[in-house]
Write a protein that binds this ligand. Structure first.
Ligand code: ATP
Ligand code: NI
Length: 266
């Protein structure tokens, strides 16, 4: 059974044209895909494609004016308003894109301890410190308030908060943004390890090149639609193994591929 199954899932927003006339604008349109345990599925797409909306839908934190259709299933059980609170932090961990998800008035260590408690697992002081250390955070960071952290430190704190409860599904929305290359690789390596340990990771990113070595499959989101899902291994050579023209164009457009300089593909 799939860990996560997204079935014909859509998110829309009401727009008012004039006083009485309203229409629904779809920001995610009929998404269907699955995510297995042991798998890192990268979701790539341009800004505004709907990546964060998908992450927020999986954590039930969509804006109140959003309307959804279709289904989200975790181990075959439908995610619903009634069972989400039991899943959040315990079965699903979210690394949000924005540090605004942190509580500005609470010291970092306390927010991490809250996350540990929410997970329902026994997390001792040693495990708390271990988690901080794993993401390169020390005692002084732990004592700080979120506004005292750099962007990269806040990102690493959000990673610690999302993973401390050992959730089965980790949804990481741009988890490496603002991190220097070595911290970025450390974070992606850790997410890969979590998948190898039997969890599922949804890795949301606009950076296909950075995600490829860590992903099993790549889903391409464009204007709210899933245009293609490809095995990560297909992004190699001249891209002949890629199924869609869109994926090939994406692959060929990556500067590191230098296609125009290759006489075989000129
Ligand atoms: N509260 C809202 N009301 C109306 N439209 C919204 C709302 N929130 C998001 N949208 C729309 O949904 C679309 C997708 O937004 P989303 O944040 O998911 O993009 P993204 O792929 O995460 O982009 P980025 O890479 O910049 O983070 C955007 O076009 C945005 O305008
Ligand atoms: Ni986003």
């Amino acid at each position: 059974m799939m860990l996560l199954s997204v079935q014909d899932f859509s998110v829309g927003f009401r727009r008012y044209d004039g006083l009485l006339h309203q229409r629904i604008v779809l920001a995610l349109q009929g998404l269907s895909f699955g995510l297995d345990r042991g798998e890192v599925l990268a979701i790539v797409g341009a800004s505004g494609a709907g990546k964060s909306l998908l992450a927020h839908a999986l954590f039930d934190i969509l804006p109140p004016n959003a309307i959804t259709a279709g289904q989200l299933l975790l181990d075959g059980v439908k995610l619903e308003r009634s069972n989400w609170p039991a899943h959040r932090g315990r079965r699903i961990g979210l690394v949000p894109q924005s540090a605004s998800h942190l509580d500005p008035l609470t010291r970092c260590a306390k927010q991490l301890a809250w996350a540990a408690r929410r997970s329902g697992r026994k997390v001792g002081k040693a495990a708390l410190n271990q988690t901080l250390a794993r993401f390169g955070l020390d005692a002084s960071t732990a004592h700080a308030f979120p506004h005292q952290l750099s962007g990269g430190m806040a990102r690493r704190l959000m990673l610690a908060i999302a993973t401390i409860g050992q959730p089965d599904l980790i949804v990481a929305d741009e988890p490496t943004s603002g991190l220097d290359p070595s911290n970025a690789i450390a974070v992606l390596t850790h997410l890969r390890q979590l998948a190898d340990a039997g969890n599922g990771v949804l890795l949301i990113t606009h950076d296909l090149a950075q995600a490829l070595p860590f992903a099993n499959r790549v889903a391409i989101l464009q204007h709210g639609k899933l245009v293609d899902v490809e095995p990560a291994s297909a992004f190699s050579g001249n891209g002949a193994a890629l199924q869609s023209a869109y994926a090939r164009a994406l692959w060929h457009s990556m500067p590191e591929n230098h296609f125009s300089a290759d006489p075989a593909h000129a």
